[in-house]
Design a protein around this ligand. Structure first.
Ligand SMILES: [Fe+2]
Length: 124
């Protein structure tokens, strides 16, 4: 059994976690976006947490989601447990063609720390 306190000492990712464990599966953010975006057009990027979904209780919940392209900050969303669900859909428009990058979502669980999910994207 993993010492859960160690989860707070790093950014947990698919690469540095046991990707088949229930802990990893319910914490990695899931980003849904078309793989290729036309420059200058808005596309909806949907971010959810976990597959299966992470618990959403007063004692155990997702406190926030941050959203980046590469290391560039795009947004942050805070959640109260039970009454809101840690899920967002963000319209995203990229203005540079030929971009080959990664969308990143970072979430914080109040009991299990920081977790990152990624999705590759290109622009044309
Ligand atoms: Fe958790």
């Amino acid at each position: 059994m993993t010492d859960e306190r160690a989860l707070f000492c790093k950014l947990n990712t698919l690469e540095n976690s046991d990707k088949d464990s229930p802990m990893t599966k319910k914490h990695i953010p899931v980003i849904t976006v078309p793989p290729v975006l036309k420059t200058g057009e808005f596309y909806d990027v949907k971010i959810t947490v976990g597959k299966p979904e992470h618990p959403n209780e007063n004692e155990h919940f997702i406190q926030w989601i941050e959203f980046y392209i590469g290391s560039v900050y795009l947004g942050r969303f805070d959640f109260a447990p039970v009454m809101t669900k840690p899920q967002v859909t963000v319209p995203l428009k990229l203005n540079h063609s030929g971009l080959d990058s990664t969308l990143r979502a970072v979430i914080r669980c109040n009991r299990h720390g920081l977790w990152e999910g990624t999705a590759p994207i290109k622009t044309e």
